[in-house]
Ligand binder design. Structure first.
Ligand SMILES: Cc1ncc(COP(=O)(O)O)c(C=O)c1O
Length: 457
């Protein structure tokens, strides 16, 4: 008799089937709710609150490293993933589970299919986890493995692709202008494993025609991966437009209070990839979590999950608020004599204004909305940019974004410093560029701070 033939194991599997079916039915119900309601409640119902013991109105924080089992049969059923289990918090944790449920519901909002999420220790961990299994070398065929990515991505992503993935034998092919579908078409071939874009990108706010990109990816039977950290699902839900995987740095806009680092991979069920086995494609995010991530350990801390759960409840209203303030600041900068140029998707003069407006719409209102990120270049030298920067008094100098507090950085000496002159030239990051993320302060106070600093150049 094999162990899993034991009557006790079967008993646990059967008794969990009812709970699993109930949870599935409840999720279908939640999928029909409005965005704000999902953000506030996720899968944590009144019934669930009492099932957890105390009836607490917010999801409980479970800092426990591991789950104790009633007996060896339950342990075997749990550790062979035959029943829902928390087992060990490197693999799974109840507080992280509630966050994953909420994020997957928000990213798949309005989609005819469902999705799952896998939360990670940081946004970079999410990106690494999402792409690695797609780049496994096929030794039998000795094929060159490549992937095609927008060059206008966060500096850390640029390094991950350009250096770390190259070390593993996978070559990135950069698309300089990711809004030009023809550039992507020129680079993709039979050895391409996935397409990757960031929308809008940090800091250049590049955008792509996601529907056209998804069509191209699926023509080659490969997935489209989109980092939509800046937009968040309140403004953009790439899965709706054909993307297979979304990555989020929760550290940023979703966690705008700024108290935790975290990331998420959200993947649609049944994603397209001719390189992955059917079992991995069926529910990629959960597969990543239960198998590859179990072996490498990029798990999210339950304390962070608890923090993000409370942040995500007010996501839509925060994104609307920050976007309104940013639009006012962009108008001020665009008219300032010491400013050479302003890049903000919300400005009608921005070359991607129309494309961005087609995709970035405030959820449940369909109003084009452009987020909290802008960049501008100072008239003068790199030194002038630093002088202006050093004179800011209210705005924090920080390599950060999406905060409730306005933050600014000079990408060439911070976020994009690692990639060198050539990499920055490719990504369009001059030394006079300042990245500014406007938060929740009154916009007039932020404008006053910018004005006094600009007038000191
Ligand atoms: C667009 C984008 N993606 C990913 C990341 C990486 O996220 P984390 O800092 O949480 O690792 C960042 C960080 O700034 C980012 O801006």
């Amino acid at each position: 008799m094999s162990d899993s033939d034991s009557a006790g194991v079967k008993h646990y599997i059967q008794s969990c089937q009812e709970t699993t079916a109930k949870r599935k039915a409840y999720r279908e119900k939640v999928r029909k709710l409005r965005f704000d309601t999902i953000a506030v409640h996720g899968m944590y119902s009144v019934e669930e609150a009492f099932a957890q013991g105390q009836g607490g109105i917010i999801e409980p924080l479970f800092p426990s490293t591991s789950q104790g089992y009633r007996d060896s049969d339950e342990m075997e059923a749990g550790l062979s993933y035959q029943i829902p289990t928390w087992c060990y918090s490197r693999i799974h944790n109840p507080t992280v589970f509630y966050l994953e449920e909420t994020l997957s519901l928000l990213e798949s909002y309005g989609c005819p299919f469902d999705a799952s999420a896998f939360c990670t220790s940081s946004g970079m961990a999410a990106i690494k986890q999402a792409v690695e299994p797609l780049l496994v070398l096929n030794e039998a065929h000795h094929e060159e493995v490549n992937f095609v990515s927008s060059a206008q991505v966060y500096g850390g992503t640029f390094q991950l692709f350009n250096v770390r993935m190259k070390e593993r034998g996978a070559k990135v092919r950069w698309v300089a202008q990711p809004w030009e579908i023809k550039e992507w078409e020129r680079l993709v071939d039979a050895q391409t494993r996935f397409l990757y874009t960031e929308m809008p990108s940090n800091p250049q706010q590049a955008c792509s025609d996601l529907q056209a990109l998804a069509k191209l990816a699926h023509h080659f039977q490969i997935p489209l991966i989109v980092d939509s950290t800046i937009a968040t699902p309140a403004l953009l839900r790439p899965l709706q437009h054909g993307a297979d995987i979304v990555v989020q740095s929760l550290t940023k806009t979703i966690g705008s209070g700024g108290a935790s680092i975290g990331g998420a991979v959200i993947a649609r069920h049944g994603l397209t990839s001719r390189h992955l086995a059917a079992a991995s494609r069926a529910d990629y995010a959960v597969w990543l979590k239960l198998w590859p991530a179990r072996d490498s350990g990029p798990c999210m801390s339950p304390y962070s999950a608890f923090f993000f759960l409370n942040e995500v409840r007010t996501l839509r209203i925060k994104v609307e608020w920050f976007s309104r303030n940013t639009a006012a600041v962009a108008d001020f900068l665009a008219a300032h004599p010491k400013v050479e140029s302003v890049d903000y998707l919300g400005l009608k003069t921005h070359h991607l204004h129309e494309l961005a407006g087609r995709y970035m719409r405030m959820v449940d209102s369909d109003i084009p909305t452009f987020g909290h990120l802008l960049s501008f270049t100072i008239k003068g030298s790199a030194l002038d940019a630093r002088r202006f920067f050093d004179c800011l008094q209210r705005i924090f100098r920080a390599t950060d974004l999406g905060r409730i507090k306005s933050v600014a950085t000079i990408p060439a000496i911070s976020t994009h410093q690692q990639q060198g002159d050539e990499g920055r030239r490719l990504a369009g990051i001059p030394a006079t560029m300042v990245r500014l993320c406007v938060g929740g302060e009154h916009p007039e106070d932020i404008i006053a701070d910018l004005d006094q600093a600009l007038n000191k150049i």
